[in-house]
Write a protein that binds this ligand. Structure first.
Ligand code: GLA
Length: 376
């Protein structure tokens, strides 16, 4: 296996002619279940993947930050005293955003030389952006000797993404990038932010399959879904006290107010309400070792995302449907925002190799596209 952390240090030496003071990383993530629930104050169950973004850092000149992004073949330079977005180097906005929130928190940062290198596929729904945010936050923190608790780091990273980069994501990705432990899932209550590590089944592997379909429409569709959830809360909240988000809507309440909701809003709300239940049930099932029952919930989640939330696409459906007749697969579903990106599959260890070959072949036969497979 390539040592990417070492390679990032090596890159730093060759770019700047001296040792980095440190190399910090953060992992990408896959969400096992709990999709489009985080911004509804609900529950999620993501897990880190064994792929990372690494950021090296050494003191720079004055208040200048120089960053080289190996995977983009690009570099950017900016001053810490005038932090603005850079449309020519949009990837650097994540690093600028982190510098901005740290400065806003009252930290006086020194200039820095940095190199970024990683193996989290970009634009695949595996949160390379949250990994970049958390890795660069850790890099700035260690260079400036600032100690930041992981929960705080997650919040700062999200603020950088929401307020500086301008992406209206929930808290899930930054939280798992900051607090996730390899080989475990992280159950998060996105309202209270209580969280705990959840053991993954021993005899199964988490296998990610990348459709390689770009998620062009993802951000507009994502924002549209968010607004539809707000609309459901507005309508139900007029009749029910204490409904501040879809998290507060029980299945019974949804039935009671069903006829008051326009058809599209009915379906969006039903997805979120049932998905929250599935996440809570999943954590219990995994705790008891009921892997197949958890797998069924993964399939249910996919169906709900496909028909009610309409966040799937043909490629994702092909991948999930292809697993139905395969041996050794406990469950499969789309993961992340959707509209492209990846599926997550829970596959018995002994079947992983066979699964990998079969899923690639079936996908190619249906779509003429080559899928990529990552075993977590
Ligand atoms: C993206 C967002 C997350 C979450 C998922 C959908 O990954 O960044 O906050 O909303 O979509 O579950």
């Amino acid at each position: 296996m390539t040592d990417l952390r070492g390679a990032t240090a090596e890159l730093h030496r060759s770019l700047y002619g001296r040792e980095p003071q440190g190399v910090n990383g953060a992992a990408g993530r896959v969400n096992l279940i709990g999709e489009h629930t985080d911004y509804n104050d609900g529950f999620v169950l993501p897990a880190p993947i064994d792929r990372h973004v690494w950021v090296s850092a050494a003191p720079g000149i004055g208040d200048r930050v120089r960053v080289h992004a190996a995977d983009m073949g690009d570099r950017a330079e900016f001053s810490l005293s005038s932090l603005m977005k850079d449309p020519e180097h949009p990837w650097s906005d994540y690093i600028r955003g982190v510098a901005r929130v740290l400065s806003d928190e009252g930290h006086r940062l020194i200039g820095a030389d940095m190199a970024v290198h990683g193996d989290v596929p970009i634009g695949a729904g595996l949160s390379s952006s949250a990994a970049l945010l958390v890795a660069s936050l850790r890099a700035f923190a260690s260079l400036n000797r600032i100690s930041i608790a992981p929960e705080v780091a997650a919040h700062l990273a999200r603020r950088a993404e929401n307020e500086f980069v301008g992406v209206q994501c929930g808290i899930m990705d930054q939280y798992v990038a900051s607090l996730g432990e390899q080989g475990k899932a992280l159950f998060i209550d996105c309202r209270s932010l209580e969280h705990r590590q959840v053991e993954l089944p021993r005899d199964h592997r988490v296998v990610v399959v990348n459709t390689m379909k770009s998620r062009d429409l993802a951000s507009s569709a994502y924002n549209e879904r968010r607004l539809q959830c707000v609309e459901a809360v507005r309508i139900i909240g007029k009749r029910e006290a204490g409904v501040a988000s879809l998290r507060d809507v029980s299945p019974e309440m949804l039935v009671k107010h069903w006829a008051e909701l326009p058809p599209v809003i009915q379906r969006r709300a039903r997805h979120v309400v049932t998905e929250n239940q599935r996440v809570q049930e999943s954590v219990e099932l995994l705790g008891c070792g009921y892997v197949d029952a958890f797998g069924e919930l993964m399939y249910d989640s996919h169906e709900s995302l496909r028909h009610d939330y309409e966040a799937s696409c043909r490629e994702l459906d092909v991948l999930v449907d292809a697993t139905l007749e395969m041996r050794g697969v406990a469950g499969a579903r789309m993961t992340g925002a959707g509209f492209g990106g990846c599926t997550v599959n829970l596959v018995e260890g002994d079947y992983v190799e066979r699964f990998t070959g079969a899923i690639k072949e079936k996908y190619f036969r249906s779509t003429a596209k080559q899928a990529e497979v990552y075993v977590v």
